[in-house]
Write a protein that binds this ligand. Structure first.
Ligand SMILES: Cc1ncc(COP(=O)(O)O)c(C=O)c1O
Length: 374
């Protein structure tokens, strides 16, 4: 960051941004990566690039962050929510085709926890209907599916570098462009609807207003911060993997007796070690465990509320029962602390707290439990 200041170039698209672009292109194997101010903004760029408009429909999971839907709703589209699989918590490929209509403009998939969706099946359906895929890969940089990087399957993919992610610059994101037809317009949309990128590269002698757009590029200061994070990727991922495996080893026997689920990683997925979660038998137990751990000084948190039954989702006709797995999982999921400098002692405190909770409260096999590994 000192070097960025010394360069006297802390606005967007400076030398650090260019280095991050090149690194992301190499890591994902994509023809073009563009840093953005957030994953939310990268998704908004995707909606603009796909020319999503009023009356269009976009298929996506209900179990995701609001931005996955909002980016397309902002353009006037209707979100069509599809339930998730009970094992990976990713969009259920078997439910997608029934939701496709002549108005479907995109299929947006989320690799929850950095574990790949069933991309073979999804790409087959999307390809047959000629519908582009957008991968919301906020969680999954460096994850893979059948040996291929997550983020390399969709025409477009997005990344998040928010502080909660494996690699961060506080707030940030990226648009990954796998279909080269979108590159030129993406640069214009990201630069306020102008062809300023061409001008800065010396390809034209003046720039002007070409298209719609906004200011989606982050400061080179943030790119410098992010580059340092990405250069430390092996160390960061090795530690997160150690923590993740530590939880699995310590909690597998407990999960068996407590009737709880642990993350399931299909054999053909190389996960990104973004999240470790428990699926408790019931919402009541999940809530009691949150409070119990809080008293032990451990902050464990739930995750997405189903979008289809949120106040906004209901405006699009969503109602309880539409996505039963999402509704059940959202009530029962608990994320455990997983961050880059979590120490073994701290991790033991988390595990001991969970076991002590079960010892004090007894084992319950909730009637509404879904076996997360089935
Ligand atoms: C799946 C998913 N998509 C998008 C986002 C938005 O990311 P950002 O905060 O970078 O806009 C998040 C945030 O956590 C997310 O989990």
């Amino acid at each position: 960051m000192r070097a960025a200041i010394a360069n006297m170039q802390i606005s967007g698209d400076g030398p650090f941004t260019r280095q991050v672009h090149a690194l992301l292109e190499r890591l994902v194997g994509a023809p073009k990566a563009l840093l953005t101010t957030s994953c939310t903004h990268a998704l908004e760029m995707a909606a603009l690039l796909l020319e999503v408009g009023p009356g269009d429909e976009v298929i996506l999971p209900s179990f995701t962050f609001v931005s996955t839907a909002n980016a397309f709703v902002l353009r006037g589209a209707r979100p069509v929510f599809v339930d998730i699989r009970p094992d990976t918590l990713n969009i259920d490929a078997a439910l997608i085709e029934a939701r496709i209509t002549p108005r479907t403009k995109a299929i947006v998939v989320v690799h929850y926890a950095g574990v790949g969706c069933d991309m073979d099946a999804i790409a087959e359906i999307a390809g047959r209907h000629g519908i582009p895929i957008v991968e919301d890969n906020a969680h999954g940089l460096l994850g893979g599916y059948k040996g291929r990087p997550l983020g390399s399957f969709g025409a477009l993919a997005t990344l998040s570098f928010h502080e909660t992610k494996n690699f961060t610059c506080g707030e940030g994101g990226a648009l990954i462009i796998n279909d080269a037809r979108y590159v030129e317009r993406a640069e214009i949309i990201r630069e306020k609807g102008t062809n300023r990128s061409l001008f800065f590269r010396g390809q034209i002698d003046k720039y002007g207003w070409i298209d719609v757009g906004s200011s989606y590029l982050p400061s080179d200061l943030l790119a410098a911060f992010l580059l340092a994070q990405l250069e430390s990727r092996d160390r960061i991922q090795a530690h997160r993997r150690q923590v993740w495996e530590g939880y699995r080893t310590a909690l597998a026997p407990w999960a068996e007796t407590a009737g709880a689920g642990l993350p399931y990683i299909p054999g053909d997925c190389q996960q990104a070690y973004h999240l470790f979660y428990l699926l408790l038998p019931s919402q009541a137990e999940r809530q009691s465990l949150i409070h119990y751990l809080k008293r032990c000084g451990v902050s464990a948190v739930f995750h997405y509320l189903p979008l289809h039954i949120s106040p906004m989702g209901q405006r699009f006709g969503g109602k309880a029962g539409d996505c039963p797995v999402t509704e059940s999982v959202s009530d029962r999921l608990l994320r455990l602390p997983l961050y880059n400098d979590l120490s073994p002692d701290e991790q033991s405190r988390v595990v001991d707290g969970i076991k002590a909770f079960t010892a004090e409260n007894g084992v319950s096999l909730g009637a509404d439990a879904i076996d997360s590994r089935s």
